[in-house]
Design a protein around this ligand. Structure first.
Ligand code: GLV
Length: 316
């Protein structure tokens, strides 16, 4: 049996290819930057059954007639599921690896800036002012709601619990859980009324797109911080500034946007209570993601079914 071919199509393919090859030496791997894919060897591609990629350049899959597996170089596969070039026969797998760890850091970092009143402390320091009245808020805890409670959301929930917050997960189907109360999306309005932070860590699916719009936000409160590390389209961006101005949101921290990069003219760039970051809360490095991919690489090399495929019906 000749070695199976895995095509790596990634803007950081020079970093990924040796890592994948070391992880599974039995594969024949060739790699391209998506921008150079047009010049890729058609003869070789015609027999490649596996693809490791993030975004696919248009027409890429027409060049891979025997493709049967795409390993996404990240957690969210919405862009692959909505791509008409990806045949329903192709198995898609995702990797959320250590995103929970990184995203928990992101959420805590941005939240604690306010909770610990770090900016005010700096201002006092700049004026050489000893101000014992500048106390951290939330000494009695605070309520955190985390939408999407898979591996990533749960780790964020644990981190928030470690800093004394009372955490509720919002999931597709409410169920009992040994660690956290889990509620359904219909409980979101009620859950927001007294919440200090609403974290979005859900994938983009038919159920989650537009979930956070004016309707839900009218149940917000002036102390509520919204942090989105999931997908931009979970939020209706036109609802955010009215909610901030109307006292239904206190602050917004966005790492993901329906359109990326966020267009220069967007009012989100300049609003004083909005923080915009460049989709950097979960680095997709080989070190972080390979542990998730390993079993799939092995199965592919051995011609076995690829474990843990994405459900097209669920969307993740
Ligand atoms: C990044 O957004 C990812 O889905 O991995």
């Amino acid at each position: 049996m000749p070695p199976r071919r895995l095509c790596v199509l990634h803007h950081r393919h020079q970093e990924w290819t040796p890592a994948l090859q070391e992880a599974e030496p039995r594969l024949e791997i060739r790699s391209w930057h998506p921008r150079d894919f047009g010049a890729a060897d058609q003869g070789w591609l015609a027999e490649a059954e596996g693809l490791f990629a993030w975004k696919l350049p248009p027409g890429a899959l027409a060049r891979m007639p025997v493709l049967r597996w795409i390993q996404c170089a990240g957690a969210g596969v919405d862009h692959l599921l909505s791509d008409p070039e990806v045949s329903p026969e192709v198995v898609i797998t995702r990797a959320d690896g250590r995103f929970g760890f990184w995203m928990a850091r992101y959420v805590l970092g941005h939240l604690l800036e306010d909770v610990q009143r770090i900016r005010e402390c700096r201002e006092d320091q700049a004026a050489s002012r000893w101000n014992p009245k500048c106390l951290p808020e939330n000494r009695g805890g605070g309520k955190a709601r985390v939408v999407g409670f898979g591996r990533i959301g749960r780790q964020i929930g644990r981190a928030l619990r470690e800093i004394g917050m009372e955490v509720t997960g919002i999931v597709r189907t409410p169920r009992s859980d040994p660690e956290f109360p889990l509620r359904g999306p219909s409980d979101l309005p009620e859950a927001l009324a007294a919440a200090r932070v609403l974290v979005l860590a859900a994938p983009s699916t038919a159920q989650t797109r537009g979930l956070i719009g004016a309707g839900v936000l009218q149940h917000g409160n002036p102390r509520l911080t919204l942090i989105n590390v999931g997908r931009g389209d979970l939020v209706d961006p036109s609802a955010l500034i009215p909610a901030l101005e109307g006292g239904r949101l206190g602050r917004v921290v966005l790492d993901v946007f329906a359109e990326e990069p966020l267009p220069v003219g967007s009012p989100l760039w300049t609003h004083p209570r909005v923080t915009v970051t460049p989709h950097h809360s979960g680095p997709s490095t080989p070190r972080d993601l390979l542990p998730d991919i390993l079993a799939k690489l092995r199965a592919f090399a051995e011609g076995r079914p690829i474990p843990d495929p994405v459900s097209r019906q669920r969307g993740y």
